[in-house]
Design a protein around this ligand. Structure first.
Ligand code: 3PG
Length: 328
């Protein structure tokens, strides 16, 4: 994902093309944009990576709660990896879940301390999105969950304080797996969508001139977030370079409409059992908020005007208004 001087890139291009991963869509390298565009694109790649990893770990926790063994979950991921969810992260998760500990009979994953660390790129993605006012809640949630997971000692203490009874819907194993698959698809598409939204905004703001379709193309091979979903996504952005959000593309209306019901059922199951699925929930709330022609933010505007005279706009007439809210 090199950026910077196009002249420098053209001098290095021959070598970079040869060492890049090769796919049917070409070598996975291109000049991504001016200035710091290369670092920025790689940073957003990692933000998307955090979201997809968190989604997979939530699916794993739901299936584990549903009494599936690590090998059974690995089999499910292997099957998914043959279809539309085919991706590096799904593929390696199956391998991880099958790995035995060399010192015992346990799966190695069961012996790994549940404190996720980080080098910071996901956090930088969230910080930059805040600066640019771009909503990327899946990535934000994934970063937050790494911080929360790191508070192991507090979590252990809290777990002894809250002995909550769980009543619950119960699904057949087949149904649970189906709900997980649909939720994974829903969340993964939105993870890409939110990352690309941020790239679009950053490109305009920092004058990077990023070609989003080319970025998607070079993410198809040799990348942690490579997946089969990127084929259609690249086509969509190639046809419409100025697409503002994946949710505004006709291509995805059916898939989001159809998978939403499964996402709700999965969240319902997880919530009732006390299994946290923050990233999947965040995906659903983002979707429902984004597709809402009316939100409750009119009330926030009224509150801001009440306590700070920050003014508001009206639906029925142009201009900027301030009210004396206590006047009868
Ligand atoms: C990567 O290889 O993508 C990063 O090193 C992963 O970042 P993390 O250490 O912050 O998870």
């Amino acid at each position: 994902m090199p950026g910077g001087s196009p002249e420098a890139y053209s001098q290095l291009e021959g070598m970079l093309v040869q060492i890049a991963a090769q796919t049917p869509s070409g070598p996975c390298v291109t000049w991504v944009g001016h200035g710091s565009a290369g670092h920025y694109v790689k940073m957003v790649h990692n933000g998307i990576e955090y979201a997809i990893m968190q989604l997979i770990s939530e699916i794993y926790s739901v299936l584990k709660f549903g009494s599936l063994s690590n090998v059974e979950i690995a089999e499910i991921f292997e099957e998914w990896n043959e279809g539309e969810l085919k991706s590096f992260l799904i593929e390696i998760t199956a391998v991880v879940l099958r790995k035995k500990d060399e010192h015992s009979d346990h799966s190695l994953v069961d012996l790994i301390l549940d404190k996720a660390k980080q080098k910071g790129t996901g956090m930088w993605t969230s910080q930059s999105a805040m600066d640019l006012n771009v909503p990327i809640p899946l990535i934000d949630t994934a970063v937050t969950m790494r911080f929360l997971s790191a508070r192991k000692e507090e979590r252990v203490q809290a777990s002894s304080l809250y002995n909550i009874e769980h009543d619950s819907p119960s699904y057949s194993r087949e149904k649970l797996i189906q709900l997980c698959k649909q939720s994974m698809l829903f969340g993964m598409l939105l993870s890409y969508g939110q990352g690309l939204d941020l790239l679009n905004q950053a490109s305009a703001n920092y004058k990077y001139e990023i070609n989003i379709s080319e970025v998607i193309r070079i993410w198809k091979g040799g990348c942690i977030i490579r997946s089969g979903l990127l084929d259609e996504l690249q086509e969509v952005y190639t046809r419409n370079m100025s697409l503002k959000n994946i949710l505004l593309s006709d291509n995805y209306v059916d898939v989001f409409t159809q998978t939403r019901k499964s996402v709700i059922e999965l969240i319902n199951y997880a919530m009732h059992h006390g299994v946290p699925v923050p990233c999947i929930s965040s995906a659903l709330n983002y979707f429902d908020a984004y597709r809402s022609a009316e939100l409750s933010s009119n009330l926030i505007q009224a509150q801001r005007d009440y306590f700070g005279a920050h003014t508001y706009e009206r639906k029925d007439m142009p201009g900027t208004f301030h009210s004396n809210w206590e006047e009868k």
